[in-house]
Design a protein around this ligand. Structure first.
Ligand SMILES: Nc1nc2c(c(=O)[nH]1)N[C@H]1C(S)=C(S)[C@@H](COP(=O)(O)O)O[C@H]1N2
Ligand SMILES: [Mo]
Length: 555
C-alpha cells in the first residue's frame, strides 16, 4: 500500500542505490541518443519517400558517397570477400557506425546537451553533403537529411527534458511524498487526493512515454517512407512487357558446348545466377515509358530514342560472355547469357559521328559513366543496346530497361546498365568513373582459363579423373587449353564446340590419377595465337593475369 510508505520515515539513499541510479540514467541517456537518431532517420526516410528520391535518404546517400571514395584495393577486397553481398556488408557497417555514434551522443547529452544537438546537426550536414554530391542530385535532395536532423534534435531535446524532470523528482520526491505532498502536480508540490497516488511514479512514466513516442515517430516514418519509395517500382511494368522476336536469331548452341562432368559450370548462366557488379546501393528503377537514350556530342545529328523506338529496331539475339575486370585468377565474376538487343553501330551512324571522336562515354540513370572505344562498336562485332536477357526483359539488377553489351571488353568499359546517354567524345576530353579511380581507360578482356572440376582441395579416387574447366578470350576466341599435373608435361585438353568467338569455351581432359597430393594447372591460347600470361598480376588497372591451379588429394 502506497499510503503506508507515505507515512513512514523519509527514504535515505544508500551509496549502492545512488550508483545503481546513476548507471540506469546513463543507460537511459544512451538509449535516448539511439531513439533520437532512429527518429531522425525515420523522418528522413519519410521525407525521401514523399519526394520519391531513394538516393536522397541519408544512409543510402552516405553509403553511395562511401562507395565512390572507396580506394581500388578496398573495392577489389570487398568484391573478393563478399561478392554480391558487398553492399549489404557496407550498409550493416554504416548502421553499426551510426548506432555507436548515437550511443555516444546520448551519453554526452546528459552533461552537454548543446554538444549532442550540435552532433546531430553535424550528421545532418554530412547527409546533406552526401545527397547533394550524388551525380544525379537535385537541390531538393537536401530536404530528407535536413528534416531528419531537425526531428532528431527535437526528439533529443524532449528526451533530455523529461529525463531531467524525472531526475529532479527522484531527488526531491521522497521527501515531499513523505510529507504527503505530490511533487508532480503543476505549480509545485501540492496535496493531492490519496487515490491518485498509485502505480508507476508519473515522472518515470513520462520518460517512458516520451521514449515510446520518439520510437513511434521512427518506426512510422521509416515504414511509410519505404512504402512511398515503392511507388517507383517498375517490376510490374517489366512483368507486363512482351519482347519482339529477333530479326536476327542467335546461332544455335552446339550440342556438345556443355561438357559432361559432375559439378561443371553451366554453359548458359541463368539470370538469377548471373554475377552482379555495380556501384548502385539502391537499384535504379527506370520506367521504360519514360526512358530515352540520347546520342549526342561529336555527332552531326543528335538522336533521342524512346523504348518504343528501340523495340522497332531490327533486333538480334546473341550469346555473349561478360566478364568483370575485378575477376581474380580462378574467379567466377563472369557469366554467359543470351542477349536481345539493337546493334549499336547503325544507331551511332544515324547520328553521324564527326572526325576525331574515339570514345563513347555512356552514362546510366544513376550517373555512372563508362568509356568505350568507338572502333570496338563499329568494327562489326555484336555491340548491342540490349533489352532482353535469356528470353526475358533485362532483370532490374542487370540494367532494365536497357544496357550496353560489347563482346571482348571488360564490363566497366562496355556493359553500362540502365543506360540513358551516349556521348560521342574523345579519350583526351572525357574520363569515365573507373578511369578517374586508377583503372585503364581501355580494357580488352584478357585470355583466361580456370579449372572448375575437381574443386580446390577436393579428394578424388585414384584412376580416371575428369579435369574440366572454362576458358574465355571474347572476340578472339579460345584456340587451345593445355593442362598439367604437378610438373609433368603440358597436354592439350579437348575443347567443346561454341556458337562463336564471343562466348566462353569449356574444356575437358582425362587424368590417370595416382594416390597422393597433386597440383593441377591450366592455360589457354587465344585465336591470335597468344598464350595466357603466367605472370600473376592483380585486377587493377586492366585485368588480372596468371595461371590457375588447384591442389587436390587422390586416395
Ligand atoms: N550503371 C552501371 N553499369 C555498370 C556498372 C555500374 O556500376 N553501374 N558496372 C559495370 C561492371 S564493373 C560490370 S563487370 C558489369 C556487370 O554487369 P552485371 O552486373 O549485369 O553482371 O556492369 C557494368 N555496368
Ligand atoms: Mo566489373
Amino acid at each position: 500500500m502506497t499510503g503506508e510508505r507515505a507515512t513512514g520515515p523519509p527514504r535515505r539513499d544508500t551509496p549502492r542505490r545512488t550508483a545503481r541510479a546513476g548507471a540506469l540514467r546513463r543507460v537511459a541517456a544512451a538509449a535516448g541518443g539511439v531513439l533520437a537518431a532512429a527518429a531522425a532517420l525515420g523522418a528522413a526516410e519519410l521525407a525521401a519517400g514523399v519526394l520519391g528520391r531513394a538516393t536522397a535518404s541519408p544512409l543510402l546517400a552516405v553509403g553511395a558517397g562511401f562507395i565512390d571514395l572507396t580506394p581500388m584495393w578496398l573495392k577489389d577486397l570487398a568484391i573478393r570477400r563478399f561478392g554480391d553481398d558487398d553492399k549489404t556488408v557496407l550498409l550493416i557497417g554504416l548502421a553499426a557506425g551510426v548506432t555507436i555514434a548515437a550511443l555516444v551522443l546520448g551519453l554526452v547529452s546528459r552533461r552537454r546537451p548543446a554538444w549532442s544537438l550540435a552532433g546531430l546537426a553535424a550528421f545532418g550536414a554530412v547527409g546533406i553533403a552526401a545527397a547533394l554530391t550524388r551525380p544525379t542530385a537535385r537541390l531538393a535532395d537536401a530536404v530528407p537529411s535536413a528534416v531528419g536532423a531537425l526531428v532528431g534534435m527535437a526528439a533529443l531535446t524532449l528526451l533530455i527534458r523529461s529525463a531531467r524532470s524525472a531526475e529532479r523528482k527522484a531527488v526531491r520526491g521522497p521527501q515531499l511524498e513523505a510529507e504527503g505532498l505530490d511533487p508532480e502536480l503543476p505549480g509545485g508540490p501540492k496535496r493531492r487526493p490519496q487515490d491518485e497516488r498509485t502505480g508507476l511514479p508519473t515522472a518515470r512514466r513520462q520518460v517512458l512515454l516520451t521514449g515510446a513516442g520518439v520510437a513511434g515517430v521512427a518506426a512510422v516514418g521509416g515504414v511509410a517512407g519505404r512504402l512511398l519509395l515503392r511507388r517507383g517500382d517498375v517490376s510490374s511494368v517489366r512483368a507486363g512487357l512482351r519482347l519482339p522476336r529477333p530479326a536476327g536469331p542467335a546461332r544455335p548452341v552446339p550440342a556438345g558446348a556443355q561438357v559432361q562432368a559432375p559439378g561443371m559450370t553451366p554453359f548458359r548462366t541463368s539470370s538469377k545466377d548471373f554475377y552482379r557488379v555495380d556501384t548502385a546501393l539502391v537499384l535504379p528503377r527506370v520506367d521504360p515509358r519514360a526512358w530515352t537514350l540520347r546520342i549526342h556530342g561529336m555527332v552531326a545529328r543528335p538522336v533521342e530514342l524512346s523504348f518504343d523506338d528501340l523495340l522497332r529496331q531490327a533486333l538480334v539475339e546473341r550469346d555473349i560472355t561478360l566478364a568483370c575486370v575485378s575477376n581474380q585468377v580462378g574467379g567466377d565474376l563472369a557469366g554467359n547469357a543470351r542477349w536481345l538487343g539493337a546493334p549499336l553501330a547503325p544507331l551511332l551512324r544515324r547520328a553521324g559521328i564527326l572526325g576525331g571522336a574515339d570514345q563513347i562515354l555512356s552514362r546510366s540513370s544513376d550517373g555512372m559513366t563508362l568509356s568505350t572505344p568507338i572502333e570496338t562498336i563499329l568494327d562489326g562485332r555484336d555491340a548491342l543496346l540490349a533489352l532482353g536477357m535469356n528470353g526475358e526483359p533485362l532483370p532490374i539488377a542487370h540494367g532494365f530497361p536497357a544496357r550496353m553489351v560489347v563482346p571482348g571488353l571488360y564490363g566497366y568499359v562496355s556493359a553500362t546498365k540502365w543506360v540513358v546517354d551516349l556521348k560521342v567524345t574523345r579519350f583526351a576530353t572525357d574520363q569515365a568513373y573507373w578511369t578517374k579511380r586508377g583503372y585503364a581507360p581501355r580494357a580488352p578482356i584478357k585470355t583466361f582459363s580456370r579449372i572448375d572440376v575437381p574443386k580446390p582441395l577436393a579428394t578424388v579416387k585414384a584412376g580416371r579423373v575428369a579435369v574440366a574447366g572454362t576458358a574465355w578470350a571474347q572476340h578472339r576466341g579460345v584456340d587451345a587449353v593445355e593442362w598439367q599435373a604437378d610438373d609433368g608435361p603440358w597436354r592439350p585438353a579437348r575443347l567443346a564446340p561454341v556458337p562463336g568467338l564471343d562466348t566462353w569455351r569449356q574444356w575437358i581432359a582425362e587424368w590417370d590419377a595416382a594416390p597422393g597430393s597433386h597440383t593441377l594447372r591450366c592455360r589457354a591460347t587465344d585465336g591470335t595465337g597468344r598464350t595466357q600470361l603466367e605472370h600473376r598480376a592483380p585486377p587493377s588497372p586492366d585485368g588480372a593475369t596468371g595461371w590457375h591451379s588447384v591442389v587436390i588429394t587422390v586416395t
